[in-house]
Design a protein around this ligand. Sequence first.
Ligand code: ZN
Length: 503
Amino acid sequence: MKYRLSCLAAVAAMLAGVLFLQNYESKPNRYHQHLENKPYTPCTDHGDDVFCTHLPLFNIVTDAPIPDPFLYDDTGKRIRDEAGSPVSNNEMVAASVEFFTNSGGNNHLTDEPDFFERGLIRIRGNWSRSFDKKGYLIKFTEQDMVTGKKVSIDGMTADSEWVLHGPFLDKTLIRNYLCYNLSGEIMDYAPNVRFCELILNNEYMGVYLLVEKIKQNDNGRIFITETDPKLETTSYIVRVDRGASDELHSLSTFASYMYINPGPTDVRGQLEIEYPGKSLTQEQHDYIANDISKFEKALFSFDYTDRSKGYRQYVDVDSFVDFFLINEFTLNYDAPFYSTYLYKDIREKLQLCVWDFNSAFDYYELSSISPETFLMQSSMWYQYLFKDKSFVDDVIDRYYELRETFFNEAYLFQYIDETVAYLGPAVERNFEKWGYSFGAEYDYLTPAERNVRSYDEAIAQVKDCISNRIDHMDSNLDRLYYLCHGSTNKVYNYDSNSKGALQ
Ligand SMILES: [Zn+2]
Protein backbone atom coordinates (compact mmCIF):
# COMPACT_ATOMS: atom_id res chain seq x y z
CA MET A 1 0.00 0.00 0.00
CA LYS A 2 2.79 2.34 0.96
CA TYR A 3 4.55 1.50 -2.30
CA ARG A 4 1.42 2.29 -4.32
CA LEU A 5 1.01 5.59 -2.54
CA SER A 6 4.60 6.63 -3.19
CA CYS A 7 4.18 5.62 -6.87
CA LEU A 8 1.09 7.80 -7.05
CA ALA A 9 2.95 10.67 -5.40
CA ALA A 10 5.81 10.30 -7.90
CA VAL A 11 3.39 10.30 -10.85
CA ALA A 12 1.59 13.35 -9.42
CA ALA A 13 4.91 15.19 -9.02
CA MET A 14 5.90 14.34 -12.58
CA LEU A 15 2.58 15.60 -13.93
CA ALA A 16 2.92 18.76 -11.88
CA GLY A 17 6.39 19.25 -13.37
CA VAL A 18 5.14 18.84 -16.92
CA LEU A 19 2.29 21.29 -16.29
CA PHE A 20 4.72 23.73 -14.70
CA LEU A 21 7.05 23.54 -17.68
CA GLN A 22 4.17 24.18 -20.05
CA ASN A 23 2.92 27.19 -18.12
CA TYR A 24 6.28 28.40 -16.89
CA GLU A 25 6.59 32.13 -16.64
CA SER A 26 9.77 33.61 -15.29
CA LYS A 27 9.66 36.28 -12.63
CA PRO A 28 9.74 39.72 -14.22
CA ASN A 29 13.33 40.97 -14.36
CA ARG A 30 14.83 37.52 -13.85
CA TYR A 31 16.84 36.94 -16.96
CA HIS A 32 17.83 33.39 -17.79
CA GLN A 33 20.56 33.85 -20.33
CA HIS A 34 20.24 30.39 -21.88
CA LEU A 35 16.54 31.03 -22.56
CA GLU A 36 17.06 34.52 -23.98
CA ASN A 37 20.16 34.03 -26.14
CA LYS A 38 20.56 31.93 -29.25
CA PRO A 39 22.80 28.85 -29.30
CA TYR A 40 26.07 28.96 -31.22
CA THR A 41 25.86 29.16 -34.99
CA PRO A 42 29.28 29.21 -36.70
CA CYS A 43 30.14 32.34 -38.68
CA THR A 44 30.57 31.87 -42.39
CA ASP A 45 32.85 34.84 -43.01
CA HIS A 46 35.94 33.65 -41.14
CA GLY A 47 37.90 30.50 -40.43
CA ASP A 48 38.89 28.67 -37.22
CA ASP A 49 41.86 30.95 -36.69
CA VAL A 50 39.57 33.78 -35.43
CA PHE A 51 38.41 33.64 -31.80
CA CYS A 52 34.63 33.46 -32.06
CA THR A 53 32.09 32.95 -29.29
CA HIS A 54 28.33 33.30 -28.90
CA LEU A 55 28.84 34.10 -25.21
CA PRO A 56 29.48 37.66 -24.04
CA LEU A 57 33.21 38.32 -24.08
CA PHE A 58 35.53 40.24 -21.75
CA ASN A 59 38.90 41.40 -22.98
CA ILE A 60 40.91 42.73 -20.02
CA VAL A 61 44.41 44.14 -20.19
CA THR A 62 46.10 45.13 -16.94
CA ASP A 63 48.65 47.97 -16.67
CA ALA A 64 50.93 45.75 -14.56
CA PRO A 65 50.90 42.03 -13.66
CA ILE A 66 48.02 41.07 -11.33
CA PRO A 67 49.46 40.77 -7.80
CA ASP A 68 49.83 37.29 -6.32
CA PRO A 69 46.71 36.11 -4.43
CA PHE A 70 48.61 35.73 -1.13
CA LEU A 71 50.94 37.87 0.99
CA TYR A 72 54.58 36.82 1.51
CA ASP A 73 57.18 37.75 4.12
CA ASP A 74 60.75 38.87 3.38
CA THR A 75 61.97 35.29 3.11
CA GLY A 76 59.37 34.49 0.46
CA LYS A 77 57.13 32.42 2.77
CA ARG A 78 53.38 32.90 2.81
CA ILE A 79 52.15 35.00 5.75
CA ARG A 80 49.57 33.04 7.77
CA ASP A 81 46.81 34.17 10.15
CA GLU A 82 46.16 32.83 13.67
CA ALA A 83 44.19 29.90 12.25
CA GLY A 84 47.11 28.99 9.95
CA SER A 85 45.39 30.10 6.73
CA PRO A 86 47.44 32.08 4.20
CA VAL A 87 46.62 35.79 4.28
CA SER A 88 44.93 37.07 1.10
CA ASN A 89 46.48 39.83 -0.93
CA ASN A 90 43.71 42.15 -2.11
CA GLU A 91 45.87 44.71 -3.85
CA MET A 92 44.19 45.96 -7.01
CA VAL A 93 45.80 46.80 -10.32
CA ALA A 94 44.65 49.25 -13.02
CA ALA A 95 43.14 47.67 -16.11
CA SER A 96 41.35 48.39 -19.38
CA VAL A 97 38.14 46.43 -19.86
CA GLU A 98 36.43 45.79 -23.17
CA PHE A 99 33.09 43.99 -23.24
CA PHE A 100 31.40 42.50 -26.28
CA THR A 101 27.89 41.18 -26.41
CA ASN A 102 25.98 40.54 -29.52
CA SER A 103 23.25 38.24 -28.26
CA GLY A 104 21.89 37.81 -31.78
CA GLY A 105 25.23 36.57 -33.11
CA ASN A 106 28.84 35.92 -32.25
CA ASN A 107 31.51 38.04 -30.60
CA HIS A 108 35.05 38.66 -31.84
CA LEU A 109 37.88 40.78 -30.48
CA THR A 110 37.77 42.84 -33.69
CA ASP A 111 34.08 43.78 -33.19
CA GLU A 112 33.02 47.18 -31.90
CA PRO A 113 32.88 46.65 -28.10
CA ASP A 114 29.70 47.41 -26.10
CA PHE A 115 31.92 49.44 -23.83
CA PHE A 116 35.51 50.23 -23.11
CA GLU A 117 36.14 51.23 -19.50
CA ARG A 118 38.99 51.75 -17.11
CA GLY A 119 38.99 50.16 -13.69
CA LEU A 120 40.76 48.14 -11.03
CA ILE A 121 40.99 44.37 -10.80
CA ARG A 122 42.13 41.89 -8.18
CA ILE A 123 41.96 38.17 -7.46
CA ARG A 124 39.08 37.23 -5.17
CA GLY A 125 37.83 34.23 -3.17
CA ASN A 126 39.16 32.41 -0.14
CA TRP A 127 40.39 28.89 -0.80
CA SER A 128 39.53 29.20 -4.49
CA ARG A 129 42.17 31.89 -4.98
CA SER A 130 44.82 29.15 -4.86
CA PHE A 131 43.36 27.42 -7.97
CA ASP A 132 45.01 27.85 -11.38
CA LYS A 133 41.85 29.47 -12.73
CA LYS A 134 41.27 32.55 -10.60
CA GLY A 135 38.15 34.53 -9.76
CA TYR A 136 38.33 38.32 -10.09
CA LEU A 137 36.70 41.42 -8.68
CA ILE A 138 36.38 44.33 -11.10
CA LYS A 139 35.75 47.89 -9.96
CA PHE A 140 35.03 50.34 -12.77
CA THR A 141 36.37 53.82 -12.13
CA GLU A 142 36.41 57.30 -13.53
CA GLN A 143 39.69 58.39 -15.12
CA ASP A 144 41.08 59.23 -11.64
CA MET A 145 41.18 55.42 -11.07
CA VAL A 146 39.60 55.93 -7.63
CA THR A 147 36.01 57.15 -7.98
CA GLY A 148 33.64 54.30 -8.75
CA LYS A 149 31.78 54.45 -12.06
CA LYS A 150 28.49 52.64 -12.53
CA VAL A 151 28.43 50.52 -15.67
CA SER A 152 25.52 48.40 -16.88
CA ILE A 153 26.54 45.04 -18.34
CA ASP A 154 24.29 43.05 -20.66
CA GLY A 155 21.12 44.62 -19.28
CA MET A 156 21.98 44.25 -15.59
CA THR A 157 21.65 47.17 -13.17
CA ALA A 158 24.51 49.63 -13.53
CA ASP A 159 27.05 49.35 -10.73
CA SER A 160 30.77 49.87 -10.25
CA GLU A 161 31.63 46.46 -8.76
CA TRP A 162 31.30 43.06 -10.45
CA VAL A 163 32.51 39.57 -9.73
CA LEU A 164 33.99 37.28 -12.38
CA HIS A 165 33.58 33.78 -10.97
CA GLY A 166 35.81 31.25 -12.71
CA PRO A 167 34.52 27.72 -12.12
CA PHE A 168 37.57 25.43 -11.76
CA LEU A 169 36.69 22.89 -9.08
CA ASP A 170 33.09 22.88 -10.35
CA LYS A 171 33.54 20.85 -13.53
CA THR A 172 29.88 21.36 -14.55
CA LEU A 173 30.57 25.13 -14.80
CA ILE A 174 26.87 25.66 -14.02
CA ARG A 175 26.42 25.25 -10.25
CA ASN A 176 26.33 28.97 -9.50
CA TYR A 177 24.33 29.86 -12.62
CA LEU A 178 21.65 27.33 -11.77
CA CYS A 179 21.47 28.13 -8.06
CA TYR A 180 21.50 31.93 -8.36
CA ASN A 181 18.75 31.81 -10.96
CA LEU A 182 16.73 29.34 -8.91
CA SER A 183 17.14 31.57 -5.84
CA GLY A 184 16.26 34.66 -7.88
CA GLU A 185 12.97 33.08 -8.92
CA ILE A 186 12.11 32.13 -5.36
CA MET A 187 13.42 35.01 -3.23
CA ASP A 188 13.10 38.80 -3.49
CA TYR A 189 16.66 39.09 -4.70
CA ALA A 190 19.58 36.90 -5.72
CA PRO A 191 22.52 38.18 -7.76
CA ASN A 192 21.91 38.26 -11.50
CA VAL A 193 24.41 36.33 -13.57
CA ARG A 194 25.71 35.96 -17.13
CA PHE A 195 28.01 33.38 -18.62
CA CYS A 196 30.88 34.93 -20.52
CA GLU A 197 34.39 34.10 -21.70
CA LEU A 198 37.48 35.93 -20.57
CA ILE A 199 40.63 36.95 -22.35
CA LEU A 200 43.09 38.37 -19.85
CA ASN A 201 46.32 39.96 -21.00
CA ASN A 202 45.94 38.27 -24.38
CA GLU A 203 45.49 34.81 -22.81
CA TYR A 204 42.24 32.83 -23.13
CA MET A 205 41.01 32.04 -19.60
CA GLY A 206 37.87 29.99 -20.25
CA VAL A 207 34.22 30.21 -19.24
CA TYR A 208 33.36 32.62 -16.44
CA LEU A 209 30.19 33.66 -14.69
CA LEU A 210 29.70 37.40 -14.30
CA VAL A 211 27.91 37.93 -10.97
CA GLU A 212 26.41 41.04 -9.43
CA LYS A 213 28.34 41.80 -6.25
CA ILE A 214 25.94 42.08 -3.32
CA LYS A 215 25.53 45.81 -2.79
CA GLN A 216 22.96 48.45 -2.01
CA ASN A 217 21.66 49.89 -5.26
CA ASP A 218 18.62 52.09 -5.82
CA ASN A 219 17.87 50.49 -9.18
CA GLY A 220 18.48 46.81 -8.50
CA ARG A 221 20.62 44.48 -6.43
CA ILE A 222 19.77 45.01 -2.74
CA PHE A 223 17.21 47.74 -2.93
CA ILE A 224 17.33 49.45 0.45
CA THR A 225 17.16 53.14 1.33
CA GLU A 226 20.46 54.92 0.89
CA THR A 227 22.31 55.66 4.11
CA ASP A 228 22.86 59.17 5.45
CA PRO A 229 25.96 59.44 7.68
CA LYS A 230 24.32 62.38 9.50
CA LEU A 231 21.65 60.04 10.83
CA GLU A 232 22.14 57.47 13.56
CA THR A 233 19.69 55.02 11.99
CA THR A 234 20.38 53.36 8.67
CA SER A 235 19.43 50.57 6.29
CA TYR A 236 22.14 47.95 6.27
CA ILE A 237 23.71 44.84 4.73
CA VAL A 238 25.62 42.48 7.02
CA ARG A 239 27.80 39.68 5.73
CA VAL A 240 27.99 36.46 7.74
CA ASP A 241 31.38 34.87 7.14
CA ARG A 242 34.81 35.16 8.79
CA GLY A 243 34.31 38.69 10.10
CA ALA A 244 35.81 42.07 9.26
CA SER A 245 39.44 43.09 9.59
CA ASP A 246 38.58 46.52 11.03
CA GLU A 247 36.82 47.16 14.30
CA LEU A 248 34.20 49.59 13.01
CA HIS A 249 32.77 47.08 10.52
CA SER A 250 33.04 44.10 12.91
CA LEU A 251 29.77 43.40 14.61
CA SER A 252 28.97 41.68 17.88
CA THR A 253 25.35 41.10 18.72
CA PHE A 254 23.37 39.57 21.56
CA ALA A 255 23.92 35.99 20.30
CA SER A 256 27.65 36.52 20.32
CA TYR A 257 27.73 38.03 23.83
CA MET A 258 25.69 35.09 25.09
CA TYR A 259 27.99 32.54 23.39
CA ILE A 260 25.03 31.27 21.43
CA ASN A 261 26.00 29.45 18.22
CA PRO A 262 28.30 30.92 16.99
CA GLY A 263 30.13 32.46 19.94
CA PRO A 264 32.68 35.28 19.78
CA THR A 265 35.64 32.91 19.40
CA ASP A 266 34.23 30.97 16.43
CA VAL A 267 36.02 31.57 13.14
CA ARG A 268 32.84 31.14 11.15
CA GLY A 269 29.49 32.88 11.49
CA GLN A 270 31.05 36.25 12.29
CA LEU A 271 29.19 39.40 11.28
CA GLU A 272 30.65 42.18 9.19
CA ILE A 273 28.87 45.38 8.16
CA GLU A 274 29.04 45.60 4.36
CA TYR A 275 26.72 48.55 4.01
CA PRO A 276 27.18 51.34 4.96
CA GLY A 277 30.77 50.95 3.78
CA LYS A 278 33.34 53.71 4.14
CA SER A 279 30.78 56.24 5.40
CA LEU A 280 29.75 54.06 8.38
CA THR A 281 29.77 55.95 11.69
CA GLN A 282 30.19 54.52 15.19
CA GLU A 283 26.57 55.56 15.96
CA GLN A 284 25.31 53.61 12.96
CA HIS A 285 27.47 50.62 13.94
CA ASP A 286 25.83 50.65 17.39
CA TYR A 287 22.38 51.05 15.88
CA ILE A 288 22.88 47.98 13.64
CA ALA A 289 24.26 45.91 16.54
CA ASN A 290 21.25 46.87 18.64
CA ASP A 291 18.77 46.27 15.83
CA ILE A 292 19.96 42.69 15.17
CA SER A 293 20.18 42.09 18.93
CA LYS A 294 16.51 43.05 19.30
CA PHE A 295 15.61 40.26 16.87
CA GLU A 296 17.88 37.79 18.67
CA LYS A 297 16.55 38.66 22.11
CA ALA A 298 13.00 38.15 20.86
CA LEU A 299 14.02 34.85 19.24
CA PHE A 300 15.77 33.46 22.34
CA SER A 301 13.07 34.66 24.73
CA PHE A 302 10.35 32.64 26.33
CA ASP A 303 7.52 34.27 24.35
CA TYR A 304 9.37 34.04 21.04
CA THR A 305 6.31 32.68 19.22
CA ASP A 306 4.10 35.57 20.33
CA ARG A 307 2.95 37.30 17.16
CA SER A 308 3.36 40.80 18.62
CA LYS A 309 6.38 40.32 20.94
CA GLY A 310 8.23 37.44 19.28
CA TYR A 311 10.74 37.23 16.46
CA ARG A 312 8.14 37.64 13.71
CA GLN A 313 7.97 41.36 14.28
CA TYR A 314 11.63 41.63 13.21
CA VAL A 315 12.10 39.12 10.40
CA ASP A 316 10.63 38.54 6.99
CA VAL A 317 9.72 34.93 7.69
CA ASP A 318 9.30 34.05 4.00
CA SER A 319 12.88 35.10 3.36
CA PHE A 320 14.22 32.92 6.20
CA VAL A 321 12.07 29.98 5.03
CA ASP A 322 13.25 30.26 1.42
CA PHE A 323 16.88 30.74 2.40
CA PHE A 324 16.70 27.54 4.44
CA LEU A 325 15.00 25.57 1.69
CA ILE A 326 17.28 26.67 -1.14
CA ASN A 327 20.44 25.89 0.79
CA GLU A 328 19.09 22.57 2.10
CA PHE A 329 17.75 21.54 -1.29
CA THR A 330 21.10 22.25 -2.97
CA LEU A 331 23.10 20.85 -0.02
CA ASN A 332 24.92 24.15 0.24
CA TYR A 333 26.37 23.80 3.69
CA ASP A 334 28.49 26.91 3.74
CA ALA A 335 25.23 28.62 4.68
CA PRO A 336 24.40 30.15 7.06
CA PHE A 337 27.87 30.33 8.70
CA TYR A 338 29.63 31.51 5.55
CA SER A 339 28.65 33.44 2.42
CA THR A 340 25.35 34.63 3.86
CA TYR A 341 23.99 38.16 3.69
CA LEU A 342 21.49 39.65 6.12
CA TYR A 343 19.93 42.94 5.09
CA LYS A 344 17.28 45.32 6.25
CA ASP A 345 15.68 48.40 4.89
CA ILE A 346 15.10 50.88 7.67
CA ARG A 347 11.31 50.60 7.17
CA GLU A 348 11.20 46.82 6.64
CA LYS A 349 12.15 43.54 8.31
CA LEU A 350 15.34 41.46 8.18
CA GLN A 351 15.88 39.42 5.03
CA LEU A 352 18.55 36.96 3.90
CA CYS A 353 20.38 36.74 0.59
CA VAL A 354 22.26 33.76 -0.87
CA TRP A 355 25.87 33.88 -2.04
CA ASP A 356 28.28 31.28 -3.44
CA PHE A 357 27.12 27.80 -4.40
CA ASN A 358 30.60 26.39 -5.05
CA SER A 359 29.98 23.58 -2.56
CA ALA A 360 26.40 22.88 -3.65
CA PHE A 361 25.17 19.42 -4.68
CA ASP A 362 27.58 17.48 -2.50
CA TYR A 363 30.67 19.38 -3.57
CA TYR A 364 32.16 20.22 -0.20
CA GLU A 365 35.82 19.35 -0.63
CA LEU A 366 36.73 17.71 2.65
CA SER A 367 33.95 15.17 2.92
CA SER A 368 30.86 13.94 1.18
CA ILE A 369 27.59 15.46 2.38
CA SER A 370 24.95 12.78 2.28
CA PRO A 371 21.77 13.85 0.50
CA GLU A 372 20.04 11.93 3.28
CA THR A 373 20.52 14.49 6.00
CA PHE A 374 19.52 17.97 7.17
CA LEU A 375 22.14 20.24 8.69
CA MET A 376 21.02 23.84 8.81
CA GLN A 377 18.26 23.41 11.37
CA SER A 378 20.82 23.38 14.17
CA SER A 379 22.78 26.43 13.07
CA MET A 380 22.70 30.05 14.16
CA TRP A 381 19.20 31.55 14.21
CA TYR A 382 17.61 28.45 12.70
CA GLN A 383 18.06 26.33 15.80
CA TYR A 384 15.58 28.63 17.54
CA LEU A 385 13.27 29.31 14.59
CA PHE A 386 12.61 25.57 14.34
CA LYS A 387 11.33 25.48 17.89
CA ASP A 388 8.31 27.38 16.60
CA LYS A 389 5.79 24.98 15.09
CA SER A 390 4.38 27.67 12.83
CA PHE A 391 7.86 28.20 11.33
CA VAL A 392 8.11 24.45 10.63
CA ASP A 393 4.61 24.61 9.08
CA ASP A 394 5.78 27.45 6.84
CA VAL A 395 8.90 25.53 5.75
CA ILE A 396 6.96 22.39 4.92
CA ASP A 397 4.12 24.19 3.11
CA ARG A 398 6.61 26.16 1.05
CA TYR A 399 8.61 23.06 0.19
CA TYR A 400 5.58 21.31 -1.28
CA GLU A 401 4.65 24.46 -3.18
CA LEU A 402 8.17 24.60 -4.66
CA ARG A 403 8.14 20.86 -5.44
CA GLU A 404 5.48 21.62 -8.04
CA THR A 405 7.57 24.38 -9.57
CA PHE A 406 11.27 25.14 -9.12
CA PHE A 407 12.12 22.07 -7.02
CA ASN A 408 10.64 19.78 -9.61
CA GLU A 409 13.03 17.19 -11.02
CA ALA A 410 11.75 17.44 -14.60
CA TYR A 411 12.08 21.22 -14.51
CA LEU A 412 15.61 21.13 -13.06
CA PHE A 413 16.88 18.44 -15.44
CA GLN A 414 15.52 20.35 -18.42
CA TYR A 415 17.07 23.55 -17.05
CA ILE A 416 20.47 21.84 -16.76
CA ASP A 417 20.27 20.24 -20.22
CA GLU A 418 19.25 23.50 -21.88
CA THR A 419 22.02 25.42 -20.10
CA VAL A 420 24.65 22.88 -21.21
CA ALA A 421 23.28 23.02 -24.77
CA TYR A 422 23.46 26.82 -24.70
CA LEU A 423 27.10 26.79 -23.56
CA GLY A 424 27.84 24.52 -26.51
CA PRO A 425 31.42 24.80 -27.83
CA ALA A 426 32.43 27.13 -24.97
CA VAL A 427 32.58 24.07 -22.67
CA GLU A 428 35.09 22.44 -25.00
CA ARG A 429 37.18 25.62 -25.22
CA ASN A 430 37.18 25.91 -21.43
CA PHE A 431 38.48 22.38 -21.01
CA GLU A 432 41.06 22.73 -23.75
CA LYS A 433 42.54 25.24 -21.33
CA TRP A 434 41.69 23.63 -17.97
CA GLY A 435 40.91 20.00 -18.88
CA TYR A 436 44.09 18.79 -17.16
CA SER A 437 42.23 19.38 -13.87
CA PHE A 438 40.24 16.17 -14.54
CA GLY A 439 43.50 14.35 -13.76
CA ALA A 440 44.08 12.52 -10.48
CA GLU A 441 46.68 15.05 -9.29
CA TYR A 442 43.81 17.60 -9.08
CA ASP A 443 41.57 15.39 -6.95
CA TYR A 444 40.65 18.13 -4.48
CA LEU A 445 37.59 16.25 -3.22
CA THR A 446 37.93 13.58 -0.57
CA PRO A 447 37.33 10.69 -0.61
CA ALA A 448 38.99 10.50 -4.03
CA GLU A 449 36.18 8.60 -5.81
CA ARG A 450 34.05 11.75 -5.67
CA ASN A 451 36.25 13.42 -8.27
CA VAL A 452 34.89 13.24 -11.80
CA ARG A 453 36.91 12.46 -14.92
CA SER A 454 34.73 14.05 -17.60
CA TYR A 455 32.20 16.84 -18.15
CA ASP A 456 29.36 14.36 -18.70
CA GLU A 457 30.21 12.62 -15.45
CA ALA A 458 30.11 15.99 -13.67
CA ILE A 459 26.63 16.78 -14.99
CA ALA A 460 25.39 13.27 -14.12
CA GLN A 461 26.73 13.69 -10.58
CA VAL A 462 24.65 16.85 -10.05
CA LYS A 463 21.52 15.22 -11.47
CA ASP A 464 21.97 12.16 -9.24
CA CYS A 465 22.40 14.42 -6.27
CA ILE A 466 19.16 16.30 -7.10
CA SER A 467 17.20 13.04 -7.48
CA ASN A 468 18.48 11.65 -4.20
CA ARG A 469 17.87 14.92 -2.46
CA ILE A 470 14.28 15.13 -3.62
CA ASP A 471 13.64 11.55 -2.47
CA HIS A 472 15.06 12.30 0.94
CA MET A 473 13.30 15.60 1.46
CA ASP A 474 9.94 14.22 0.31
CA SER A 475 10.19 11.35 2.75
CA ASN A 476 11.78 13.09 5.72
CA LEU A 477 10.99 16.79 5.84
CA ASP A 478 8.13 16.12 8.26
CA ARG A 479 10.74 15.09 10.81
CA LEU A 480 11.46 18.77 11.36
CA TYR A 481 8.34 18.71 13.56
CA TYR A 482 10.38 16.83 16.17
CA LEU A 483 12.26 20.07 16.74
CA CYS A 484 9.16 21.89 17.96
CA HIS A 485 7.50 19.28 20.12
CA GLY A 486 5.96 20.95 23.13
CA SER A 487 7.19 20.02 26.58
CA THR A 488 5.15 19.89 29.75
CA ASN A 489 7.31 22.65 31.11
CA LYS A 490 6.63 24.99 28.27
CA VAL A 491 2.89 24.39 28.21
CA TYR A 492 2.71 24.77 32.01
CA ASN A 493 4.51 28.07 32.01
CA TYR A 494 3.37 29.57 28.81
CA ASP A 495 -0.38 28.98 28.69
CA SER A 496 -1.82 31.80 30.77
CA ASN A 497 -5.23 30.12 30.79
CA SER A 498 -3.96 26.92 32.30
CA LYS A 499 -4.15 28.36 35.84
CA GLY A 500 -1.22 26.24 36.92
CA ALA A 501 -2.62 22.98 35.59
CA LEU A 502 -0.37 20.90 33.42
CA GLN A 503 -1.71 20.62 29.86
ZN1 ZN B 1 32.60 34.39 -35.70
